[in-house]
Design a protein around this ligand. Structure first.
Ligand SMILES: [Zn+2]
Length: 408
């Protein structure tokens, strides 16, 4: 396949990209298909480092979440939904939800899966059939000590790519600290990465991030460690947060924020005014911490909406954390390279000889892409690709493509 008139991110001018046998090659066979990008922007495949695909699109398996809280969502998931998810069901839904993400330009996903009722194993087994790259996290929700599932956790960490944790979900502060230590010991034993649900509350006294950072420094594992959510940081006082950020910078840990779902879940116990309850993305980015963005839940007991559109996630981060317009380029980094770094992806990016892994956006600039959050015109990952027929773009001045595509 030849992609002509492509505006490749970070380069001036228009280029031809050639995909042969799933790789980016220097020259194309003449009889292959041709896609005219018409000057659209080409970026590496989007990276979504935080999701829960095993129970995505499961609203019909239980009664709707009445309070809208994370607590009720977790309990409904564990009691009503997960016990009903058969191998067949997981396989079918995983294929559909990953295809939906792929159509939205996502080529790499990390999913946090509870191993209770075997869900993590079912997802692991089904991942061979999907169009994108998937990492599976052994997620001991709602708490490894709280549910007394340490043995199951040890077993699950042998198969998972990444070790999870949820220290704020444990019964006591001390158990939370113990759960952080357990995650690090399992990661070291099995040579795995770590990605925890950490401080996903509005409680300013939820301070497990510092424990994770300390362990990352002691074990020299910072780049392999991701702190997901960290919504309590929204409520920390600034003196404490400044100290915490300096530890985070020196530890080299990654942070993943999920602004859309955090906006839905946090602040639920506030009366007006309600806190935003999203991690301090912009401050951490400015301090030099590797911050990436994820979708988190899609159409489940915890969040009933969502479709895997990473440009929409970037847009939400822009809104919720008071970004200014000249910082928009950094949001594109957060849904591409920063996510790739958090997931320790090797050979990520657009380059000759590499696996084809890119998105032709329905936009000619980063500004236009994030402003409009339109689905891409073409997505390619190895031998998989999808063309979205309706190609159009909207910049600050004009709408192109829509009227030309209108049929009577
Ligand atoms: Zn999550």
């Amino acid at each position: 396949m030849l992609i002509k008139n492509a505006r490749v991110i970070g380069k001036d001018g228009l280029f031809e990209l050639c995909v042969e046998e799933g790789l980016l090659a220097s020259g194309c066979k003449k009889d292959g298909s041709i896609f005219d990008a018409e000057g659209r922007l080409v970026v590496p495949g989007f990276v979504n480092p935080h999701s829960h695909l095993g129970y995505s699109v499961t609203l019909r398996y239980g009664k709707p979440n009445q309070s809208g809280t994370l607590h009720e969502g977790i309990i409904r998931n564990l009691e009503d939904v997960i016990p009903k998810l058969t191998c067949d069901d997981v396989r079918r839904r995983l294929k559909k939800i990953t295809t939906l993400m792929f159509v939205n330009g996502v080529t790499h996903v990390r999913t946090h899966e509870p191993f209770m009722n075997g869900l993590m194993y079912k997802v692991h087994k089904a991942r061979e059939e999907i169009p994108l790259d998937l990492q599976v996290v052994a997620f001991p929700t709602p708490g490894v000590y709280r549910y007394e599932i340490e043995e199951e956790f040890r077993k699950a960490s042998l198969m998972a790519d990444v070790i999870g944790m949820i220290p704020h979900g444990e019964r006591t502060f001390m158990e939370g600290v113990e759960s952080v230590k357990l995650a690090f010991s399992l990661a070291k034993e099995n040579n795995k990465m770590i990605d925890g649900h950490v401080d996903e509350t509005d409680d300013p006294n939820s301070r497990f991030t510092e424990e994770v950072v300390k362990e990352a420094i002691r074990n020299g594992m910072g780049e392999k460690v991701t702190i997901s959510h960290m919504t309590a940081s929204h409520s920390y006082d600034s003196w404490y947060f400044d100290k915490l950020m300096s530890m985070m910078v020196s530890s080299k840990v990654n942070v993943v924020s999920n602004p859309i779902v955090s906006m839905h879940l946090q602040g639920r116990y506030d009366s007006y005014p309600k806190r935003r309850g999203v991690a301090r993305i912009r401050q951490m980015m400015k301090a030099g911490i590797n911050v990436a963005l994820g979708t988190d839940n899609i159409a489940d007991m915890i969040y009933p909406l969502g479709e895997g559109n990473m440009l929409r996630v970037a847009q939400e981060a822009f809104l919720v954390d008071h970004f200014v317009s000249e910082e928009i380029y950094s949001l594109m980094n957060m849904i591409t390279w920063n996510g790739a770094k958090a997931m320790s992806l090797n050979n990520y990016g657009i380059g000759e000889g590499r696996k084809a892994d890119f998105v032709v956006l329905n936009a000619r600039s980063i500004y236009e892409a994030i402003r409009s959050a339109l689905p891409p015109a073409l997505v390619v990952y190895g031998k998989h690709y999808v063309v979205n027929d309706l190609k159009f773009s909207i910049d600050g001045n004009d709408v192109t493509g829509l009227v030309e595509n209108l049929t009577d």
